[in-house]
Design a protein around this ligand. Structure first.
Ligand code: IVH
Length: 678
């Protein structure tokens, strides 16, 4: 049918919009619209193109899937293209998919495999003679980026697999993702460093895999679920259907999602979709649907593909955990380090079963970047995150009455003039005695030191009554003082005091974290505790001293030094010490720097320069742990001559193997970091 001018115009508009969103999403890793909105635009465009075939052009976004490879990486041409999937949004869509398939198969019945559709980054791994040879991103499906060194850092990707019972060469495909807990931790760390935040776990997984420096990837705690065999040749043949092939891959050491299910009928598949629509909230990774696949490879072959979309599979999309609502105002609260945190005050709206009235807005730059204005209709998301987020404004609904947000010039809590340093996303209140900061830091201290009973209410009361002016005052509280508080009885007061007493023996890293030093999160506190071994040494350290700690840069080092320069903070530390709070790492047989802390080694076989015992002593002397059996938690297996099953196991599990020369080099480098030298 020839298109009318309105359709021509609409198609043009849709393409421009979609191309822009694609660019933001794939190239900049910084999306501006919700998946639901994007899907709706794409669907409209597909429908128009289906109706008016003369409007289809080869550069239409419907004809291309994925991102072009980045020039910095080598280009990998996929031997068999990585397809994308058509979407189903309802039971009716699933019926339509099944009917179409059944018709093409002349009514032949087939079983179905349902798998969670993991929201991450598609990758392809090529193995040859049991060894991981190449890892690539999906790219545009035909060509991807060679990101082998980066993928090798992901512990759940086997670097070697058994050759017996496996094809000689094969490719497995899967989704690399960032667990939600790791994502939250990463963003917390980035917020502290004043770096831009990742919008969601998928973007941070994509950003982490497409790093030019694989050491950054290695720090990002990525994981994988393998979901297909791409192709295979030589060696042992694989089963003739998807389900059994996946079980075989699992035996070989690949990580599969444990929630996949083999279904005998479409009804069972629908039940799976419905079940996981509810249950997915409890997972530690994001899923955006269910991939419904015809199981027998013969059926897959017979059904084939149309363009880039196979007819043998479809993606059932979960209803969005998003809603659109009115942004009534933007409020600002003050965090424990004095950061002014803007938040959205919303017309209450239900998002995946919960009424949302407020949502975080991160910082002023983020609000500007997303162009969020007071009075806007905004997309609100609770995608797995407990705290709802404002994704962005619905531009079509702008009336011109909306107003841009400005950070207040004075602290809304204490009236001090706020500061915003150059290159920093956060605006802060510089007044360390600001009541909001005191409250937040007290809450933080009590939480980190695990003082049960010292929650929001008690902290607020203690500050209000003037019983506590900083965290150290907690240790001077008496039963009589506590009893002056509302709703405080003898029993509760005794319990709170016991909890406070008990917190004196928390590990040093906890105490450092609890102090609330800017940029010092849980992990950095751990590193500082390991390196300095005591608060005194940390307080006396210079920026240069602190920067000697691996992974710690100037921003953190300067922030630590600034903290201990502040007389108020020094007084707090002094009071904590006088109260008997543990200030040093408990003697663990190792004193001084511990560069191998957190790393587990297994030594196996005969080494030239070491006995087994002396090798283990060298590891422990640098703070590492020497284990006796290899597991996924092992970081390194050191192999000497005649190494046996432990080496095999390391290969299967993808644990890094070091020969003696590599081990010596690692010790040398670790020792160099202690300043002792080998
Ligand atoms: S099968 C033709 N299985 O979804 C088969 N894909 O649009 C396509 N995805 O980018 C792949 N979980 O990365 C398959 N269990 C799963 C999946 C899955 C996530 C992603 C995949 C691809 C997209 C397909």
């Amino acid at each position: 049918m020839p298109a009318d001018p309105a359709a021509v115009e609409r198609v043009k508009q849709l393409r421009e919009q979609i191309n822009h969103y694609n660019y933001r999403y794939y190239v900049l890793d910084s999306p501006v619209v919700s998946d639901a909105e994007y899907d709706a635009l794409m669907r409209e465009l597909k429908e128009l193109e289906a109706r008016y075939s003369d409007l289809v052009t080869s550069d239409s976004p419907t004809q291309r899937v994925g991102a072009p490879p980045l020039a910095e990486f080598g280009v990998v041409t996929h031997r068999v293209p990585l397809l994308s999937l058509a979407n189903a949004f309802s039971d009716e869509d699933l019926d339509a998919w099944h009917q179409r398939a059944s018709k093409l198969l002349d009514g032949r019945a087939f079983d179905i495999v349902c798998e969670l559709k993991i929201d991450g980054l598609a990758i392809a791994l090529v193995y040859e003679d049991g060894m991981l040879k190449q890892g690539a991103t999906r790219g545009d499906g035909l060509q991807g980026e060679d990101v082998t060194p980066n993928l090798r850092t992901i512990k759940s990707i086997p670097l070697a697999v058994p050759v017996d019972g496996a094809p000689r060469r094969f490719e497995v495909r899967g989704e690399v993702y960032m667990p939600r807990t790791s994502f939250r931790r990463l963003n917390e760390e980035r917020a502290r460093q004043g770096q831009p935040l990742f919008a969601n776990p998928r973007n941070s997984a994509a950003g982490s895999v497409r790093q030019l420096d694989s050491r950054i990837t290695a720090e990002r705690r990525l994981d994988i679920f393998v979901y297909a065999l791409g192709w295979a040749e030589g060696g042992s043949p694989m089963p003739d259907n998807h389900w059994e092939t996946m079980r075989r891959l699992k035996q070989m050491g690949f990580k599969l999602n444990p929630n996949s299910r083999q279904c005998r009928s479409l009804d069972e598949a629908k039940a799976y979709c419905c079940e996981w629509g509810e249950k997915r909230a409890g997972l530690d990774y994001d899923t955006d649907g269910v991939v419904v696949k015809a199981n027998p490879f013969s059926v897959q072959g017979q059904l084939g593909a149309v363009g880039r979309e196979p007819r043998w599979a479809t993606a059932y999309k979960f209803p969005a955990e998003q809603a659109v609502t009115l942004l009534k105002d933007i409020g600002v609260n003050v965090g424990r380090t004095g950061s002014l945190n803007p938040y959205a005050i919303l017309e209450p709206v239900r998002v995946s079963g919960v009424t949302v009235k407020q949502a975080t807005l991160h910082n002023e730059d983020d609000i500007r970047r997303k162009d969020i204005r007071v009075g806007d209709w905004v997309v609100v998301e609770r995608a797995g995150e407990v705290i709802p987020q404002v994704v962005g404004p619905v531009l079509d609904r702008r009336t011109g009455q909306e107003r841009e947000f400005r950070m207040p010039e004075t602290c809304p809590e204490c009236g001090a003039r706020v500061v915003k340093s150059e290159g920093e996303a956060m605006t802060r209140c510089p007044n360390t005695a600001c009541p909001a900061q005191l409250y937040e830091s007290l809450r933080h201290f009590a939480g980190v030191m695990e003082i049960e009973g010292a929650g929001d209410v008690l902290c607020a009361q203690l500050l209000e009554k003037g019983l506590v002016k900083d965290a150290a005052d907690l240790y001077a509280l008496t039963q009589e003082q506590l009893l002056t508080l509302e709703r405080m009885g003898d029993k509760l007061a005794t319990k709170v005091l016991a909890q406070i007493e008990g917190s004196k023996t928390r590990p040093l890293a906890r105490l450092i974290f609890a102090l609330g030093i800017r940029h010092v999160g849980e992990r950095i506190a751990e590193l500082l505790a390991q390196h300095f071994g005591g608060i005194e040494a940390l307080a006396a350290a210079s920026v240069d001293d602190i920067m000697k700690v691996p992974d710690i840069g100037p921003a953190i080092a300067e922030s630590v030094v600034a903290y201990f320069r502040e007389p108020r903070n020094l007084r707090v530390v002094k009071k904590l010490r006088e109260a008997g709070v543990r200030m040093r790492e408990e003697a663990s047989g190792v004193t001084g720097p511990r560069p191998l802390a957190g790393k587990t080694f297994v030594v196996t076989g005969t080494l030239d320069a070491f006995s087994r015992d002396s090798a283990e002593a060298a590891i422990k002397g640098l703070g590492g742990t020497a284990g006796s059996s290899v597991s996924r938690k092992t970081d390194y297996v050191v192999v000497g001559r005649d190494a046996g099953s432990k080496l095999e196991k390391a290969k299967v599990l993808g644990v890094k193997v070091l020969n003696e020369a590599e081990f010596l080099e690692l010790l040398r480098q670790a020792e160099a970091r202690t300043g002792k030298g080998r």
